[in-house]
Design a binder for this molecule. Structure first.
Ligand SMILES: Cc1cc2nc3c(=O)[nH]c(=O)nc-3n(C[C@H](O)[C@H](O)[C@H](O)COP(=O)(O)O)c2cc1C
Length: 384
């Protein structure tokens, strides 16, 4: 039986990836953890799940107040997820490096007693310093190739820190922001799981880290038990899924959000340039199709302007900063529409592959049982 061991804690070898805005909040992450796996809360703009915080800041342009509300919401979500998990599994918080309040979210997560901080969408070179006062918090970078893994290891080792696990996300299949320089490079063979798993092991050997046993978690397009078995054979310690967890009964988004993801056909799924300057993958809904028709024109007219939602969510935003080669839409607004199930106006991130249960919405436990094999969840509980 494969196990994912992080800081001596034995977990099911399946991870629920962080999904913003609000797609993976306390209910999804807490449920996954309650079954003995790692559940991940996405930290971005969580106030959208809290009516009182939205009443206070929804129409405001007060950046400080919005940022503060988001920290309150993050703390509430962490406490609620911990309660749901009843101490089983692990609760992580996902923070995107590209988000302006990255450091504040990381610190709040640590103060709120999170088990792990997971960072993607950029290289978290400074994560060891940011979390230095919280040595029990596990640190997990999301990377897509051997070069990125080498960079993080070298930088962190100078600070006497190693990752507690590494997520290897393949931009060819994953949802949301992709770890590739542009949309033409997402299929690069250098991102294939066998290449990165083997390359990472060689790197560990060269750097004298073989005995550290840093777990490798693979993500992107995983949907069948056969694939899972094969990935374990290739040396993966665990698998991470996003889209399939987003559409579970316990997923924190509106039922219509789940329907859009679950009903999307392969030809409906597109890769395009996000405002964050990274390629992204989503369902080509009416809004996205209209936007893509106008993209070139909008890009040619890009000019700096104030943030539409008043809190400058990204370090660098193509729309606000007038960067012509980036996307030209408000990502926070579009993702928030999707969270609420607004099929006409939302941006619905989704991976490229089919889903384990087709277009059916099922509970988290069925998904885990299906992918790992029946009885795995009970097996781990008995072993503990
Ligand atoms: C709706 C949605 C939102 C996502 N948002 C984030 C995010 O905020 N941060 C992040 O690191 N990954 C994000 N992801 C990626 C997932 O965590 C996961 O790694 C990826 O979806 C795996 O590929 P799969 O969807 O094919 O399983 C998102 C995925 C989805 C489906």
């Amino acid at each position: 039986m494969n196990k994912l061991t992080i800081r001596e804690k034995a977990l099911l070898p399946i991870v629920q990836g962080g999904m913003g805005v609000g797609i993976s909040a306390h209910r999804l992450a807490g449920t996954v953890a309650s079954l003995g796996a790692m559940g991940t809360i996405s930290s971005v703009d969580l106030r959208r799940h809290h009516a009182d915080l939205m009443a206070a800041t929804g129409k405001s342009r007060d950046k400080e107040a919005i940022n503060q509300a988001n920290l309150v919401a993050l703390d509430r979500e962490i406490q609620a997820a911990k309660k749901l998990s009843e101490g089983r599994g692990m609760i992580a918080v996902n923070v995107m490096r590209a988000v302006a309040e990255y450091a504040a979210y990381v610190k709040q997560a640590c103060q709120s007693g999170i088990d792990a901080v997971v960072v993607g969408a950029g290289l978290p070179l400074d994560l060891p310093e940011l979390t230095a006062d919280y040595p029990k918090v596990s640190l997990i970078p999301i990377l897509s190739d051997v070069r990125g893994i080498g960079l993080i290891l070298k930088k962190w080792m100078r600070k006497n820190r190693l990752p507690d696990a590494i997520v290897i996300e393949n931009p060819r299949y994953a949802a949301g922001h992709l770890g590739a320089p542009n949309k033409d490079s997402v299929d690069d063979p250098g991102y294939a799981f066998p290449t990165v798993l083997e390359g990472a092991r060689e790197l560990f050997k060269d750097m004298g880290l073989e005995r550290e046993r840093i777990p490798l978690i693979v993500a992107g397009g995983i949907h069948s038990p056969e694939q899972v078995k094969n990935l374990f054979k290739l040396g993966a310690d665990a698998i991470q899924l996003g889209t399939a967890f987003a559409v579970t009964e316990e997923g924190d988004a509106h039922p219509k959000f789940k329907e859009v993801l679950a009903n999307a056909k392969p030809e409906d799924i597109v890769t395009f340039m996000s405002v964050a300057g990274l390629p992204a993958r989503a369902v080509k809904t009416q809004w996205l199709a209209n936007y893509l028709d106008k993209e070139e024109k909008l890009q040619s007219k890009a000019a700096a302007k104030p943030c539409l939602v008043g809190f400058d969510c990204l370090h660098q935003c193509g729309l606000r900063d007038g960067i012509g080669k980036h996307g030209q839409f408000c990502i926070d607004q579009q993702l928030a529409f999707a969270l609420k199930g607004d099929v006409n106006r939302g941006l619905f991130f989704r991976g490229s592959e089919r889903l384990p249960f087709g277009n059916e919405i099922r509970p988290v436990k069925q998904l885990i049982d299906f992918l790992l094999g029946d009885g795995y969840v009970e097996g781990l509980a008995n072993a503990a």
